[in-house]
Design a protein around this ligand. Structure first.
Ligand code: HEC
Length: 306
């Protein structure tokens, strides 16, 4: 039995040999049908490879590629149905008002936006009155200052862009109303930026008025570290560590850019609940309307000769 199998394999090997060598011959000479097909395959492979390499080389290297990406933090509003941490928004407003508002405007926020989120209406009115808002012109054509009202926007710490730049070594502090959606990484980035200041590593040269922050694209930021442990005292007694201040102000900025966030998620949840109630009815109606079609039987009756 074994000898029969052995002989059969040997014969099979002997038979395949000539055809293999003839293939090799045509591959080397690239003559004949197989050779041309191989040449085509090789040619197109080389072309595709070339195209891939060319595309890879054509990709520019962005300065932002060399930046440290912020980690993902467990914000209370992460997830489909989670709301903002409102105590944190309130503390964050305190941080903005006492620290950031010295340099950063929030021109899309009015005092009325604070009502029922951060404080009561009376408190917001008192808060607005503390600010001096430029109004006018009066009957003699002069601008004048008056205490703020609920409808007033947060005042800008600088008169104009040039004023802001000259006070900050040429760097312009951006308006913070929409800073969270305007930056890659959102609140994670703001938190990392505020807590990420370190000494510049050897070999990195910074100009006057620049500080090293690995999270800032280009490393050299024109804003000095703004938050330190116990910089302010929270009204609610929370220990004001640097990371607590940064977390609260990031939450506040996220809320400022998306004040409708909580009600949007609530309406979404209500819509899903109400629509799911209708799901059973819709299924029943579908079965009801289709039943005559689904249970119909089509039969083919060949015409009879009779
Ligand atoms: C002393 C003035 C000053 C204070 C106080 C300050 N900043 Fe800034 N901030 C700046 C300047 C100037 C820039 C622009 C930096 C640049 O473009 O290099 C800036 C930039 C920023 C940026 C934008 C970074 C980017 O990606 O472009 C954010 C966010 C920011 N500040 C948040 C804050 C927050 C939050 C606070 C309060 C905790 C704060 N800043 C306090 C001056 C200040």
């Amino acid at each position: 039995m074994a000898s029969i199998v052995g002989r059969a394999t040997k014969q099979a090997l002997l038979r395949t040999k000539p055809s293999l060598s003839s293939q090799q011959a045509s591959f080397v000479s690239l003559h004949g049908k197989t050779g041309r097909r191989l040449a085509w395959t090789l040619g197109s492979l080389a072309l595709t490879g070339g195209a891939v390499v060319a595309t890879a080389l054509a990709q520019p290297t962005f300065a932002s590629d060399l930046v440290l990406h912020p980690p993902h933090y467990p914000w209370s509003n992460n997830g489909l149905l989670q709301a903002f941490d409102h105590a944190s928004i309130r503390r964050g407003y305190q941080v903005y008002k006492q620290v950031c508002a010295a340099c950063h405007s929030m021109k899309f926020l009015c005092y009325r936006n604070l009502v029922n989120v951060i404080m009561s209406e009376e408190e917001a009115k008192a808060e607005a009155e503390e600010a001096l808002i430029e109004d006018g012109p009066d009957e003699e054509g002069n601008m004048f200052q008056r205490p703020g009202k609920l409808s007033d926007r947060f005042p800008n710490p600088y008169k104009n862009e040039e004023h802001a730049r000259s006070a900050n070594n040429g760097a312009l502090p951006p308006d913070l109303s929409y800073i969270v959606p305007a930056r890659h990484g959102g609140a994670d980035y703001i938190f990392s930026l505020l807590t990420g200041y370190t000494d510049a590593p050897a070999g990195v040269k910074l100009m006057d008025g620049q500080y090293f922050n690995p999270y800032f694209p280009g490393y050299a930021i024109g804003m000095a570290q703004a938050l330190y442990n116990d910089l302010i005292e929270y009204d609610d007694g929370t220990p004001a560590t640097q990371s607590q201040l940064a977390k609260d102000v990031s939450t506040f900025l996220a809320w400022a850019a998306e004040p409708e966030h909580d009600s949007r998620k609530l309406i979404g949840l209500r819509t899903l609940i109400i629509l799911s109630l209708f799901l059973g009815v819709a299924y029943y109606m579908k079965r009801h309307k289709w039943t005559t079609l689904k249970s119909r039987k089509l039969a083919f009756k060949p015409p009879s000769d009779k």
